[in-house]
Design a protein around this ligand. Structure first.
Ligand code: ARG
Length: 583
């Protein structure tokens, strides 16, 4: 049991002992201390009971403390101000906990006792369109959330809900047949090249030629009817996109199961029919709609969710309704998490409402949209290249790695170190990609952030390089002292210095940090935790000699070093970032 839970239990017992059984449910109002000077935790329960007990808060606090036994974890509590009860964790308790997480390969993070089936819907770019920085954000945030849930022991289904269906395919297929007439007869997949350019050219062709438009519309009908050659062309286009997306996923080390929009085609009609049978559907201007509460257009009129257009076609919302129904009925999901830009907030809120009206979401199931803000350029506008084009993700990642390589070679020259090309390449890749991911994850995802290579690659501050460097520092100690980390063991850890205790307390918070992330889905909390860990480690390391300390102290300090490194490594791994032994 962690210290906070233990303190709450003991406080509750003391309250009952002091004031009677009816105080069993009283909230002890335990919070982390606002200032480390006061200790680690503070109970504000006395203030809350003044009215009920008709006594002064100090007197109440005193009676609680008289009945309180927390000696297992704390030094004797004191009462401060009007009646706050302050708790300071005892060094012996900390030392014992440190020793136990040191021996635990999971660093004190227990596996969940009742794993859930969780769908994480993330990345989800659109076929033949640009995979843009928004999709990159979704990919990075989604991968982190999925990793944390997996580490906690949940059964996670990582779904790539790619946009692989829609009327744009009519135009694309017509154009494909025009420019690559042989495309459909060749056995092998052909290389169409850059699909985004292909899309633009097809669009130009579409806009300038009416006959082409008619042909494109006819193609949509053929596609929906499953006409063989048309389906073949569609598959070709998807395959080409898939290869391009995969390059990015491989570089980022992200795995996803592709289950695109087209997967749900067989379920669209029955989804609409079911809503119809529940009498939720109204026909408005020929389109089938579900009216929802709280959504209005600019004129203030109610804005329905269209689920079948007047031409009989289905849309993004229909697919999402069919998908959520499938995820709950077939995948048996307990939690469905959607990671997209905040701009889609209304879409999710609206179809969630429809799914709830249809009673598709059991009370025990949570469906949740995890929105994020924009990636901005220096000018505060949506990130673009100088010429105003969308930034190509491959180029963005390449540039991060190039800059990391430059920084590294300069530093090596300044330190008169010579390293192999292989070392430099590996360090540059890890630092560059890590920096991009960390810069994204360390922001509160709800806010927009300004993309800056300089900031994300800085060795100081809340950056990936700073974190990697703290890890390297520990490895350096190991090399210098010839330490076999697996052999570092003791029967008793001792923590005498303030900076040791501060570091120890922080190491013990890892579990809580991950539990919070699991619940609230904010990766920046983990980044903040790791940043503070690096800072606290650096303070400890500046103040406390490790290798030159006496045998008993040395082993305890080595344990703190080892725990710091393992926590950094695991924490960064959950962010999708690798570590380096040297940099
Ligand atoms: N393809 C969409 C886009 O690029 C994102 C899909 C998100 N997932 C979903 N189930 N709607 O904006």
């Amino acid at each position: 049991m962690d210290a906070a839970t233990y303190l709450k239990t003991q406080l509750s017992l003391a309250l009952q002992a002091a004031f009677g059984a009816e105080y069993a449910e009283a909230d002890p109002m335990l919070v982390p201390a606002s200032n480390p000077q006061f200790g680690d935790y503070q109970a504000n329960v006395a203030m809350g009971l003044v009215k009920k007990l008709g006594q002064s808060p100090r007197l109440i606090a005193q009676q609680v403390v008289d009945k309180l036994d927390v000696s297992a974890v704390c030094v004797p509590p004191n009462i401060a101000g009007p009646g706050f009860i302050n708790f300071l964790l005892a060094p012996d308790y900390l030392a014992g906990e440190i020793r136990s997480i040191h021996q635990d390969p999971r660093l004190g993070v227990a596996k969940i006792s009742q794993p859930q089936k969780i769908v994480v819907d993330f990345s989800s770019p659109n076929i033949a369109k640009e995979m843009h920085v928004g999709h990159l954000r979704s990919t990075i945030i989604g991968d982190c959330i999925a990793k944390v849930l997996e580490f906690r022991g949940h059964n996670v289904l990582r779904l790539n809900h790619v946009g692989d269906w829609g009327t744009q395919f009519g135009m694309l297929i017509c154009y494909l047949q025009e420019v690559y007439p042989s495309a459909l007869d060749t056995a092998d997949a052909l290389d169409i090249g850059d699909l985004v350019t292909f899309y633009k050219q097809a669009k130009i062709r579409f806009d300038e030629d009416e006959a082409f438009q008619t042909a494109a519309r006819q193609k949509v009908v053929e596609l929906q009817a499953g006409e063989e050659l048309t389906i073949k062309a569609w598959k070709l286009l998807c395959e080409q996109s898939r290869r391009e997306f995969q390059v990015i996923y491989d570089r980022l080390g992200v795995t996803l199961t592709e289950r695109g929009e087209s997967f749900y085609n067989p379920y669209l009609a029955e989804t609409v029919a079911e809503l119809d049978a529940l009498q939720l559907v109204e026909v408005s201007e020929g389109a089938k709609c579900v009216f929802t509460e709280g959504f209005t257009n600019r004129e203030g009129d109610p804005l329905p969710l269209i689920i079948q257009k007047s031409d009989g076609g289905y849309n993004y919302a229909t697919t999402d309704l069919a998908a959520v129904r499938y995820r709950i009925r077939q995948d048996q999901a307990d939690r469905v998490i959607y990671i997209t830009d905040a701009g889609q907030g209304n879409h999710f809120a609206q179809f969630f409402q429809v799914a709830n009206k249809a009673k598709w979401i059991p009370a025990s199931t949570e469906i949740i949209h995890v929105p994020f803000g924009l990636v901005q350029g220096d000018d505060g506008k949506r990130l673009k290249t100088r010429s105003g084009d969308n930034v190509k993700l491959k180029e963005l990642l390449d540039e991060a790695v190039d800059r990391a390589r430059q920084d590294l070679t300069q530093r090596l020259a300044a330190e008169e170190r010579s390293e192999t090309l292989e070392f430099i390449e590996n360090a540059a890749q890890t630092t560059g990609l890590g920096a991009v991911k960390y810069a994204d994850l360390s922001q509160n995802r709800l806010s927009n952030y300004i993309f800056s290579f300089d900031k994300m690659l800085a060795l100081q501050g809340n950056t990936a390089p700073y974190m990697l460097y703290a890890y390297v520092r520990v490895q350096g100690i190991g090399r210098k002292g010839n330490i076999d980390w697996n052999a570092v063991q003791t029967t008793k850890v001792v923590l005498t210095e303030g900076s040791e205790q501060v570091l120890a307390k922080h190491l013990l918070q890892f579990d809580t940090t991950l539990a919070e992330l699991e619940r609230d889905l904010y990766p920046n909390r983990l980044c903040q935790y790791l940043f503070e860990l690096s800072q606290k480690f650096n303070q400890f390391f500046d103040r406390c000699p490790v290798l030159t300390a006496s045998a008993e102290i040395k082993v305890s300090r080595l344990i703190l070093c080892d725990l710091t490194a393992r926590t950094l490594k695991l924490g960064l791994d959950l962010l999708g970032i690798e570590v380096l032994d040297r940099m």
